[in-house]
Design a protein around this ligand. Structure first.
Ligand code: SAH
Ligand code: SF4
Ligand code: F3S
Length: 454
């Protein structure tokens, strides 16, 4: 570590788009002369890229930044920055709980980050920039790849959302939907591929409605373009909205070998009445129809979804319809959340809010039920061969992993269907695509053995 360089710590809370944005912010910090540290207590500058999707996420941001900019702050302190969705939502209000905060950097202000860093260096403080930008992708450094070699990277293809689901804060904090120029996306992916990246995940709040180059390039077109980039072996994308899952897209998923055999398609609820109040713009039958079309085109496709439990007015019968939908579709994975009332959103003002205990009870029931389905889906992989992109060492030889291999290096990767597969090998390298035979399955991962031919 260079003793002279000031150190920056970047903490990321929230979705994959925040992970991508943080890489850009870290790149800009590097350009401004900072070196990254993994210990916030050693940092001269602490930045938290925040998420406002649920109350808990927002609290996490306040509590982290509170250590460095809160009311009890004493003595020497680092420069502190709140960036992203909570910054956009809270504006000057952030100073109430964080009086020593130096910069509130909204979601469209990243292109002006360097200017603000200069102002901070000149001694300015309590700067707020939540202004919109015409082109939020402008002003980013081309060499924003600060992390060491990675095989899998996110690439944001669009910003914002205009769907206004009644529970969701995103349209208020991320602004209008804007598609990024396809040639800029391809250029960025080419650079990543040259640096060793093998898997690209295209990101947006609703990637299916991507409309680049003055609405002449659809998301399906973009998948074709990304598929042509040399050395990119795999393409994933998130998130898709059921209302925009076009036949073109289904066809592209079927045709393009590099596009992975997995789709994340958030349904949120299985009750028509709740879907309507959520303003999701599809009903249960439409969702079933889309799933059937997908499964017809890609028979073994893995599916995952998001569910909100305890939306205002959700009756026991509504909840049971959600459970019934899970039983019918049999998702490979479900991300379920207890409804959290958010500022600005219409649903926060609905009079029939559920109590916390009911929400928690339903959430637990749903998660327990889904765990059995996920385990059943995972067990169906036993005996099959899967191709895995090796991502790194297994965090720790975990529960149930085969003992006889305990002296061998244990690594992990993801199969096409987006399931984590652990395996033992002294030869495999990060970035390899290897074939494994699945010999055991757990609720959250699979265990495979390297096939002889590899
Ligand atoms: N654009 C994506 C979702 C982004 S937010 C989509 O439309 O699917 C990720 C997930 O958070 C959502 O799918 C939803 O399940 C959940 N979520 C959003 N707002 C929420 C709220 N107010 N309370 C609880 N969960 C919420
Ligand atoms: Fe939120 Fe709905 Fe937009 Fe997704 S589609 S980000 S849930 S408003
Ligand atoms: Fe959270 Fe903002 Fe993403 S609210 S989910 S970080 S778009």
């Amino acid at each position: 570590m260079n003793q002279d360089k000031p150190k920056a710590y970047v903490n990321t809370i929230g979705c994959q788009m925040n992970v991508y944005d943080s890489q850009i912010l870290a790149g800009l910090l590097q350009n401004a002369g900072y070196e990254q540290t993994h210990d916030p207590d050693l940092a001269d500058l602490v930045l938290c890229n925040t998420c406002a999707i649920r109350h808990k996420a927002e609290e996490k941001a306040y509590s982290f930044l509170g250590r460095f900019a809160g009311t009890r702050m004493r003595g020497k302190r680092p420069v502190t920055i709140m960036a992203g969705c909570v910054a956009q939502k809270e504006k000057e209000k952030a100073f109430v709980r964080l009086p020593y905060l130096d910069l509130v950097l909204g979601t469209q202000a990243f292109g002006r980050f360097e200017t603000h860093l200069k102002a901070l260096a000149a001694g300015n403080t309590r700067i707020v920039d939540i202004e919109p930008s015409e082109n939020i992708f402008e002003g980013f450094p081309e060499d924003s790849i600060t992390e060491k070699f990675q095989v899998s990277r996110f690439v944001t293809i669009m910003q914002g959302c205009e769907n206004f689901c009644t529970y969701c804060v995103v349209p208020y904090v991320r602004g209008k939907e804007k598609s990024r120029d396809p040639s800029a996306i391809i250029q960025e992916i080419e650079v990543l591929a040259q640096s060793g990246v093998r898997e690209i995940t295209l990101l947006g709040q609703n990637v299916n409605s991507y409309a680049g180059n003055n609405r002449t390039v659809s998301f399906a077109d973009l998948l074709h373009l990304v598929s042509r980039v040399n050395k990119v072996e795999r393409i994933r994308f998130a998130t898709s909205h059921p209302k925009d899952l076009s036949t073109d897209l289904v066809q592209a998923m079927k045709e393009l070998d590099k596009v992975c055999n997995h789709l994340h398609l958030p349904v949120q609820s299985g009750s028509n009445q709740i879907l309507k109040r959520m303003n999701r713009k599809y009903d249960r039958d439409t969702y079933f129809d889309r799933i059937s079309a997908l499964r017809q085109a890609c028979p073994d496709i893995a599916l995952s979804t998001d569910i909100i439990v305890g939306f205002p007015g959700e009756t026991l019968s509504d909840f049971q319809q959600t459970m019934n939908l899970l039983e019918t579709v049999e998702f490979d994975a479900v991300f379920a959340f207890s409804y959290s009332a958010r500022s600005f959103t219409p649903a926060a003002k609905f009079s029939d809010q559920l109590d916390e205990q009911t929400k928690r009870g339903r959430l637990n029931e749903l998660l327990n039920f889904q765990e059995q389905i996920t385990e059943k889906k995972n067990k169906a992989f036993i005996g099959k061969n899967v191709t895995v992109l090796v991502e790194g060492d297994s965090p720790k030889p975990r529960d149930g992993l085969i003992k006889k291999n305990k002296n061998t290096r244990q690594m992990f990767g993801r199969c096409d269907e987006n399931k984590i597969v652990h395996f033992a090998s002294d030869q495999a390298q990060i970035g390899d695509l290897i074939t494994l035979q699945i010999i055991n399955a757990y609720p959250h991962s699979l265990w495979g053995e390297v096939c002889e031919s590899d």
